[in-house]
Design a protein around this ligand. Structure first.
Ligand code: ATP
Length: 355
């Protein structure tokens, strides 16, 4: 028997938001489940911040409804909603210590001193900030400030925590560390996290599910594996990860043809005798013995530590194909400019699009 899906904690129902002639969010619907780590991912201007601001209550939709645990919150004031928004700028009080920053929100709720103190100490422990509790924000590193902002948002025990590009201000190394930390923390506190990011890697690493947005609409919503391995359309395929696109057509014989080559593919519901684009990831193109695949010449090699991305010119496309090869092992000799190689394509990992 399948495990029943958790009830949606947040339901966005046909929401529209316009700014003058700009349609920022275009009839968007979305269900986010309890304890889920959910990412809104998309290029700049796709409407993800506007959606988050409507969920937080800083913008009111022109159409549609938003429900939290079944209650309609569409027009409710932000401070009345049992959710919290963490800003990229952290918005910490500079004159207060870390401990005072954490206590502030609970003092505003007029909780008793013993309870405030107990919750602050517990949160300092959860976020590993005990040693820094007496410091002021100016005495903290970027990553530490980020952690304080997170602790301050979590201490109020919101049903949902909204995070707008929470790692945007951090350098690459710290970002990677904080991605794992955020994920661990979310798991530990068991609160629904909704994160806005334009960084696809970040979304894939952290989220249970990802919604890919473009022009105010969701193009695909699914687990990281689903959107990476089975992108629903050409935009998602190109937006997430590295993808090779090969323009061609599907023949009457159901083979994909480009540049005089023919590849077996899974057609799905696509039409024969029509143009199509084949999408294949660098790690899904195999190196074959000479003559056993599509022949090509290596025109460039990019070093990536454990493996290499080789650029192979073939008859399939004018743009060289990117192929991932291990630095050691049978394919290693292919990682040289000028090497002649033979490429293999597997129908199971090639996607065809006709839109
Ligand atoms: P980014 O990653 O750059 O922050 P985004 O995906 O978060 O982008 P939004 O900020 O939601 O995108 O903006 C969506 C669209 O709505 C954009 O075209 C933007 O210019 C427009 N927009 C957003 N806020 C306003 C506003 N207050 N007034 C007018 N237009 C706005």
């Amino acid at each position: 028997m399948n495990t029943p899906l958790k009830a949606p904690v947040l339901a966005v129902d046909h929401v529209v938001k316009r700014f003058g002639k700009t349609v920022a969010v275009n009839g968007l619907s979305l269900d986010i489940r309890e304890n889920e780590f959910f990412a809104l991912l998309g290029p700049s201007g796709c409407g993800k911040t506007t959606l988050l601001r409507m969920i937080a209550g800083f913008e009111v939709p022109d159409e549609g409804r938003i429900r939290l645990s079944g209650s309609d919150i569409t027009e409710q004031a932000p401070e009345k909603r049992p959710l919290n928004l963490m800003f990229q700028s952290y918005a910490l009080f500079p004159h207060m210590t870390v401990r005072q920053n954490l206590a502030y929100g609970l003092e505003m709720e007029r909780l008793g001193k013993p309870e405030i103190s107990a919750r602050v100490e517990e949160m300092l422990k959860t976020t590993d900030l005990q040693a820094l509790a007496g410091r002021k924000p100016a005495e903290l590193s970027g990553g530490q400030k980020q952690r304080v902002a997170l602790a301050r948002a979590l201490i109020k025990r919101p049903k949902v925590l909204l995070l707008d590009e929470p790692l945007g201000a951090l350098d690459k190394k710290l970002r990677e560390k904080m991605q794992l930390e955020l994920k661990r923390l979310q798991h530990e506190v068991g609160i629904t996290f909704i994160i806005v990011t334009h960084d696809q890697e970040e979304a894939l690493v952290m989220a249970d599910r990802v919604a890919v947005l473009k022009d105010g609409s969701i193009l695909q919503c699914g687990t990281p594996e689903e959107v990476y391995e089975r992108p629903a359309n050409r935009f998602v395929a190109g937006f997430i990860g590295v993808m090779n696109f090969i323009e061609g057509e599907i023949g009457a014989d159901a083979l994909f043809r480009a540049g005089g080559e023919a590849l077996a593919c899974d057609l799905g519901g696509l039409k024969r005798d029509q143009k199509a684009v084949l999408a294949v990831r660098p790690e899904n193109i195999a190196l074959k013995p000479a003559g056993a695949g599509v022949s090509g010449t290596v025109v460039d090699v990019a070093y990536h530590g454990l493996d290499r991305q080789i650029y192979v010119k073939t008859a399939l496309s004018t743009v060289p194909l990117q192929v991932r090869v291990a630095a050691t092992g049978p394919g290693a000799s292919a990682a040289q400019t000028g090497a002649v190689v033979s490429l293999g394509f597997d129908a199971a990992t090639c996607r065809l699009f006709q839109d």
